[in-house]
Structure formats: structure tokens, C-alpha cells
Write a protein that binds this ligand. Sequence first.
Ligand code: NI
Length: 180
Amino acid sequence: MAVRKILYADNPKLRQKAKKVKVFGPQLRQLANDMIETMRVSNGVGLAGPQIGVLQRIFVAEIPEEDDDPLSGKPFVIVNPEITKRSAEMEEGQEGCLSIPGWLGEVNRHHSIEIKARTVTGKPIKMKVSGFLARVFQHENDHLDGILFVDHIKDPEKLWRVQTEDDGSYVFEDINALAV
Ligand code: NI
């Protein structure tokens, strides 16, 4: 496995629509493993292909274990996802993005969704996810269409800089340039 370089939000690749995965072989497995490793070392809960410059419809997700969500605490590799159902119920919650380091925002998402996708080996799957994992899935699925979480935030007060203790970690400064 290898850690891949994460692109920042001013990279035009993050604004492109990713293409469907057509070949399910060892290279895809390798890509998925690299994405999981990259997500974990970056302390992320999700990572989409375009974020490492791969314009294919694949994302990985893994949220910390929660008692009330049996899908938490395990890694998912989702290929060619299609959201087939969205709950009417919406929920505001905090989001960040590995491509926009140093920023958090409040984003309104569907509380639960159903998706149709393929596994890394090409097997068709259907999943119903809710709560935080549904939020992550919606955020990552957006990346496949060139959409960033900041695009959903219309009120500037709902987007804020994270206070860092001058630890030298990179902060994406040009947030206004992302306005669409
Ligand atoms: Ni993101």
C-alpha cells in the first residue's frame, strides 16, 4: 500500500466529473487500498478518487465506531455509486475536507440515503446508510461530480477557520476563490 498525495481544492481536477469505473481488477484493488491508507494517515473519514487526482467514480469511507450504528468502525470501498433514495428529513452537521485543510462548515444533508454501487470486485450492492455515515457518503459522492462541501454553504457564518496552535499544519487560505 502507498500513501497518495492529496490535491487541494484549487486544483481543477476537483471540479471535474469523474468517470465510471469499467475495469475491476488488481489495479482497482490497489487503488482502493491506497485510498484507505491515505484516508487513515490523514485522519479523514472519507476520500474520493478525484482528491488524489484519479477521475474515477470511487470513494472510501470509515467512521469511528458508534454504538448505535453497525456500519461504523469499518472501511467501505464504494464504486460507481448512485443515490437511489434520499430521506425527506434533513440534518445540519459539521464537515471538513482533506482537500480544504483548516476549514470546517455546517452543511445540510439528508438524514439517510439508499445507494446502489459496486464493490471493489465489481459485485453489485445496495446499502441504506444514515446519520454521520450518510453525511460522509453524500460528501464523497459529491466529489465525484466536482462538488465541494463549501458549495452547499450560502451563509458565510457557517464556514469557519479551525483554530490551529501554530503547529505548522497547512491551511488552505484561498477559500473565497472556491465560491461558485
Ligand atoms: Ni472532501
